[in-house]
Design a protein around this ligand. Sequence first.
Ligand code: UPG
Length: 345
Amino acid sequence: MAAYAFVTLLTTESYLPGALVLAHSLRRTGTQHALVALYTPETVGADAVAALATAFDRTVAVDTLRTNSMPNLALLGRPDLFATYTKLHVWNPDVVPYERIAFLDADTLVLRNIDSVFGFLDQESVVFAAAPDVGWPDCFNSGVFVTKPSAALFAELIEHAQRPYSSFDGGDQGLLNTFFSSWPGESPIRPRTARLPFSFNVTPTAFYSYLPAFQHFGRDISVVHFIGHSKPWKASRMPDGSVIGWGEATGQFLNLVQQWWAVFDQFQVHVALRQFTLDRNWSLYIPPVAGGSDSRIGRTEHRSEYHHHGHHHGHHSGGSHDFGSYRAQWDERESRGASSRSRSR
Ligand code: UPG
């Protein structure tokens, strides 16, 4: 098999739940490609690396690469993203020795097999492909992309990153968009870049603005990307596992957050997180009650999901929020829509 890999990045332990769920979500799609996690040892400790190793094939230590455009990060409202230039290491073939890699931010969730994403690099001249950003669709979002690691490209990118204000948002997205400024695919004969379908990098925070499209294309979503401050692992849940009160999220969006937790529960990710207390004390985490969701949904009381004796339960609920039920919901809504359409005729 060709040497392809899926790669993510951890620059802080606070994104560890995201990275672990991402790896499990990829693996359950049946991909045979390697799963690689890059991490920065100055901020990610040995316990976190051991946790990563429970889900990834390889963990690779890399140096932190810091932005030189802090004011632009402040404009974005995300000074916490000062280290996302570290992502540039994916172009270094010494770090990531693969012909092609698919990079996925740690706040992404894979819903179906995405091995086909490597095919967007089949044309020899194409070295990079990404999907549009919902905030400014003439830019690409840098949370999901495919590329061909190359020493020459890596050197060019590092040089570009050192120029003052080469990133208009202070993060890697603003930097990569000025580097691959002709995205998507300037020359029809020898394009250097290509456009990935939006379904490979769906950012549901913006769906309120185009709900009909979400209804129409939602079942084709391959990758969900939880951009912004609110991350699924910070969401509160009912004892049955249903997510409550998550930012401005409603309806379909909440359903996607629920899918993230379905993977978390299915692979008992809380076990790998036991010793971490960032965001929440994972050693006190209790998985949702198996099979209890139907009888519990609709209760108004909110019980804590935490157990106060400090040990976790080994069981998990894979049943009520699994992958199949997500697809089934789409199918059910589709058929409901079809029957109401036919009734109205
Ligand atoms: N990351 C950490 N710890 C942090 C911050 C970031 O490990 O404290 C890693 C992680 O892989 C994360 C990625 O860097 O997924 C990007 O950060 P994130 O908070 O997910 O950024 P987004 O909210 O998704 O914002 C956008 C783009 C993202 C880009 C960022 C900066 O979607 O791809 O890196 O803007 O340009």
